[in-house]
Design a protein around this ligand. Structure first.
Ligand code: MN
Ligand code: MN
Length: 464
């Protein structure tokens, strides 16, 4: 049967999203699956921003990057990594281009993820159990964090100033931790309540012990046995919690999802699923631009502080590189381009009511560009220009990148924002691009391997 004139015309004029698994050739399909293996290893090694930062540094070192400190000399051809307080890291390669004309190419993603932080005075015992009080970090559905195995990660600065790192719950032989929930038999009132109230912030107490210290004269025996364990293993006493940053994170490992292994389930895809492609693409690219991969902290709580993207340190770093190349930093910024790389919501047919399907990210249809984010009337969005979107679109077309555009959900359904606007405020053209996620901010989120690999391909095209 031959094509009719109308069918032919529709084929030429219409736009349709494509499933990347369907359009990829066999070699590309193998790449999609093998790239995912490296990503899963990264996820299991990097459950906090500190760990992601350390992973990125060792990854960079293995690929010939050397450390840069503010004030260091730098020249064309250098491959450097810059660590900010152990919680954010910037990889950069200094190219041979004229930075005033070509600017820098920047990929900005974040390595913090929603989690349950331990309070400063957390430890108590009650009714045969010892608990840690917590204060959650980022936007979570609190009820999702109960009744799952948790691991404890973080750093403690002891009285003498010595810093120790803690990671318990990841090894098969490690114990895990837990947040109690109510049995359904007694949950009648709870289940009738609003979902944001069925577990309240002050109920997110992490179960950490149950063995009484063997001494009749002691009043809080279980608490003491936890303290004695901490002292024995880390040299830490109760007061040391005051200068600690400990987080409870899901103890799950990254796993393939589905019979066909097309998808990956893991804790913290948001935003390590963009940070990993940023890291690998900047290490793999061989272009002439000066390129930066910024893996930043604190996005989930507003990009504030010394390690969030609003910190002056990232601007300082770029300025130093511009000056070292003898360029006017204002001109460099004006010519620079940035992909703000954060996840977006994948359309979920189970919750179709909150999405507008035509403009939602469809799973496996490639990395998703959000021209604007924000809430209601685009509030809080940088809203990239048609010119810049057109430029990026052309780069992707030239490299055969499978990609799509997306909005987070229905216009009035809610919204969100990310680091894009802060980079754009520096007078750098910026647009959001990242991996669509199912169940974003849940303890275990799902992404497509096709979208992960498409994001890496998009970054390579952009850095070229
Ligand atoms: Mn994010
Ligand atoms: Mn997020």
């Amino acid at each position: 049967m031959s094509e009719t004139k109308g069918q032919k015309l529709a084929g030429e004029l219409s736009y349709k999203k494509k499933n990347y698994f369907e359009t990829a050739n066999e070699a590309e399909k193998r790449e999609i699956f093998s790239y995912a293996e490296g990503y899963k290893a990264f996820l299991d090694a990097a459950k906090t921003e500190r760990e992601a930062c350390a992973y990125a540094v060792s990854y960079a070192k293995k690929r010939g990057f050397t450390e840069y400190r503010l004030g260091d000399p730098v020249k064309a051809g250098d491959k450097k990594y810059f660590v900010n307080r152990g919680k954010s890291v910037v990889l950069f390669c200094v190219g041979g281009n004229n930075p005033e004309e070509d600017g820098f190419r920047i990929i900005a993603s974040h390595i913090d993820a929603p989690r349950i932080d331990i309070k400063q005075n957390p430890l108590y015992e009650d009714s045969g159990m010892a608990f840690l009080k917590t204060h959650y970090y980022g936007g979570i559905k609190k009820y999702q964090w109960t009744a799952i195995p948790l691991a404890l990660h973080g750093a403690v600065v002891l009285k003498d100033g010595k810093k120790i790192e803690i990671s318990v719950g990841e090894k098969e032989s490690d114990p895990v931790f837990y947040i109690n929930d109510l049995l359904p038999h007694l949950g009648g009132d709870q289940m009738g309540g609003k979902a944001n109230k069925i577990i309240e912030g002050e109920q997110l107490n992490v179960l950490v012990g149950g063995l009484p210290y063997d001494d009749k004269e002691v009043s809080e025996k279980i608490k003491l046995s936890v303290l004695s364990y901490l002292f024995e293993h880390y040299g830490m006493c109760e007061e040391d919690f005051l200068s600690a940053e400990l987080s409870a994170v899901p103890a799950f490992r990254a796993r393939d999802v589905g019979f066909d292994r097309a998808l990956i389930g893991a804790y913290g895809h948001d935003d390590r699923v963009c940070a990993y492609p940023a890291l690998t693409a900047v290490a793999d690219q061989t272009g002439e631009h000066t390129v930066f991969a910024m893996l930043v902290d604190k996005e989930e709580i507003g990009s504030e502080g010394t390690t969030g993207i609003q910190s002056k340190v990232y601007e300082d770093l770029m300025e130093e590189v511009a000056l070292a190349l003898g360029a006017n930093f204002r001109k460099v910024r004006a010519a620079s381009k940035c992909l703000s790389s954060d996840v977006t919501a994948a359309y979920d047919p189970n919750f179709a009511g909150v999405y507008e399907k035509m403009n939602s990210a469809i799973l496996s249809a490639g990395t998703a560009m959000c021209k604007f984010t924000g809430a209601r009337g685009k509030s809080g969005s940088n809203d990239a220009s048609a010119e810049f979107v057109g430029e990026v679109r052309k780069m992707f077309a030239e490299d055969g990148v499978v990609w799509q555009t997306a909005e987070l959900g229905k216009v009035d359904a809610g919204g969100g924002g990310t680091v894009a606007k802060f980079v754009a405020n520096l007078n750098i053209d910026t647009v959001d691009l990242g991996v669509p996620v199912i169940s974003m901010h849940a303890p275990w989120e799902v992404v497509s391997k096709a979208d992960l690999y498409s994001t890496y391909r998009a970054f390579l095209a952009f850095l070229k």
